[in-house]
Design a protein around this ligand. Sequence first.
Ligand SMILES: Cc1ncc(COP(=O)(O)O)c(C=O)c1O
Length: 436
Amino acid sequence: MKSYTSITVGSLNLFNENKKVMPFGVSSNYRYFEPYPLYIRKGKGSHVWDIDGNEYVDYNLGFGVMEVGYGNQKIVREVEKAIQEGSILGFEYYKTGELAREISRRYKMDMVRFSSTGTEATMHSIRIARAFTGRKKIIKFEGHYHGSHDQLLVNVNPPVPKGKTMSSLGIPEEVVTNTLVLDWNDLEQLEKSVDEDVAAIIMEPVAMNMGLVPTDEEFLRETMRIAREKGALVIFDETKTGGKAYSGAKGEFSLEPDLMILGKAITGGFPLSVIAGKREVMETIGPGKTAHGGTYNANPVSVSSSLVTLKEILTEDAFYHMRRLNRMLTKGYEEIGEDLGVDVSVASWGTSGTVFFSKEVPENYKEFISSDISRWFTYFFACLSGGVIPMGGFNEEWTLSISHSEEDVRKHLEVAEFALRKAKEGGMNMSTDESF
Ligand SMILES: Cc1ncc(COP(=O)(O)O)c(C=O)c1O
């Protein structure tokens, strides 16, 4: 099998050109990895092709967006129509209410507003929570990611976790004085920290930005109880999880957050995000009240794509298919790990999962970051060489789409077995090593 660097010369050349005009040659830091990122030309179904012509079965799916499969013809038809009819029409598009009603029905939330990205939606949600409660503080959890805005860009992925750590240069300390960071799944800490000045507790109800860390349901229920007692709102950031089960984590756990954020998979591939919430909370939004705006909010292309995605593509049957394949993949990983005697653990939920290079599945960020990440990279590059993108990064998860087949899963497991064997051997630079 050939190394990453020997099969991706085109990506290297493009990287060398692009980095002259784009920092690190990419448009999002999360697309960069050492020694250089992969440049993708196109996708079809569950597969993508890079600019060197290498074909991969893709389980990153645009960081969890493309559960509808690449080039889905239902979406192509709807989007083409929306573009033919004008793309952006000014004022409110006539179909937006239909999408709002569909989301309200499916996720059982009273009211809905649209933005374009998960980042914007979580940013708006904390303003709404503060406006509603008249309080300042926001609690977030270490290792949870809520997008690229200053107030929540704290302790997202610190290499060495200690105290409050900004996850970016350029954020003044004053901006995060009202952001408290706690450990995921630590009830005692939470109980001590929620006081009468906490406006909201924001969380990924199943954490998916430190790999997929399963949720202790008891912790979730207690968190909601404590928040209620103290008059703080609970915000479920379901940018990822909302599309990984038919009604998201909210539906799976039968819980009633005050606000819920959706994005990614529910859009079918176009920029659209959702702030959904209880009527009394959402009614703080409005002219002269709480700000919420955006030129591209609920644009016709995204609305049309999202409507067909929710109503016709990501149906209960589709979830049956994706979840069945996810169980097959998870079980396969567990069996390989056991057969090879390698210290890996596997977690999965909905349509996604993660393989961790630690004996036990982590319960929080500190446990996650102490897993063996250098072995993860050996595994990752071996998978790429074998024609599988196993997930988007060491702190990400795999996702199944409606286009994945049992054959795709078998191919993933075959390549993963080889990759885990290499990871067990260790000590190799799999991106350049030619000897495997
Ligand atoms: C849980 C969560 N919230 C928010 C975001 C930000 O979404 P976007 O990249 O659309 O701004 C992400 C992105 O990965 C996410 O995983």
